[in-house]
Design a protein. Structure first.
Length: 272
DNA sequence: TACCAGGTTTGCA
DNA sequence: TGCAAACATGGT
């Protein structure tokens, strides 16, 4: 919830109930015991959506044990990130959310996303609880290039509008064929959208498309790869993304296929 | 005040 | 192909 992979999940301070928003859905979660939770959805909706959303088919326990044996730093990250899963979120929501994320801190990202939802998201109601869905691409596109003004998006306004317009017209990205692409193919396809570069494309692949080997390189990860894994000298921040990507592949070769989960545990640990 | 943020685009070698 | 500057806005 606080590890920068989902921006619309909140804990109600009074009741302790978690509210999880995804696309046009909302889910209420309550901890009922030691690692047990009640879900507000029907068993059918759980099977059809939330089970995959929470990535319940992936073996995190095995990865966790492996991480604990992988040197003190990774072990620390795994231990302090116990319970952090890499979710399978809505594609368009991740595209827009991570376009917004560039050059912003997490609290500001949340604010921008909520503002976007308030303006363009369909108003919905579940059990008396009113909320705004994440906007449909059509709603953003229909409002025109000036429709996204006044939301503190800055230069990202153009990226968001153009991405919404392109997405509306893009039948391929909504087809099963897109989901069948390889990781590299999907990433390259996403980068054709304005505002989606290497890092954001990796985030989308990891958080929406299930490519658990995606390894987004951002300023935090650069700092960590330098500090903990001896990548680069004092000018390491000027090194290209490719250098960090290769370094990560080398350092985390043991986790091939699931590097993105390790990345997320590292990230969650560092921003705590 | 100066610097920086889960970067990307643009323009120029 | 690769590099540096420009890009809005808000927080520290």
């Amino acid at each position: 919830m606080n590890s920068g992979e989902i921006f619309r999940m909140y804990k109600d301070a009074e009741s302790g109930i978690f509210r999880v928003f995804s696309g046009d859905k909302v889910l209420f979660l309550q901890e009922t015991g030691e690692e047990t939770f009640s879900f507000s959805c029907s068993p059918d909706e759980f099977e059809k959506y939330w089970s995959r959303f929470f990535d319940l088919e992936t073996d995190y326990a095995g990865l966790y044990k492996k991480a604990l044996r992988s040197g003190p730093y990774i072990a620390d990250c795994a231990a302090s990130s116990y319970g952090v899963r890499v979710l399978n979120q809505d594609l368009f929501e991740m595209m827009i959310s991570f376009i917004i994320s560039q050059q912003k801190r997490i609290p500001e990202i949340r604010k921008c996303i909520e503002a976007l939802c308030a303006r363009f998201g369909e108003k919905k109601c579940l059990n008396g609880f009113e909320y705004h869905a994440f906007p449909d691409a059509k709603a953003i596109a229909a409002a025109g290039p000036d429709g996204v003004k006044g939301l503190s998006l800055g230069y990202r306004e153009r990226y968001i509008y153009e991405t919404a317009v392109k997405y509306v017209a893009d039948d391929f990205i909504k087809s099963p064929a897109f989901r069948a692409l390889s990781f590299d193919e999907a990433k390259a396809y996403l980068k054709q959208y304005c505002g989606i570069g290497e890092k954001v494309a990796n985030c989308i692949c990891l958080f929406a498309l299930g490519y658990k080997d995606a390894f987004p390189i951002d300023v935090h990860i650069k700092d960590i790869l330098h500090r903990e894994f001896n990548v680069g000298d004092d000018n390491y921040r000027t090194l290209s993304d490719a250098v960090f990507t290769k370094a990560a592949a080398d350092r985390f070769a043991d986790f091939a296929g699931a590097k993105g989960i390790i990345q997320q545990w590292i990230f969650a640990h560092e921003i705590k």
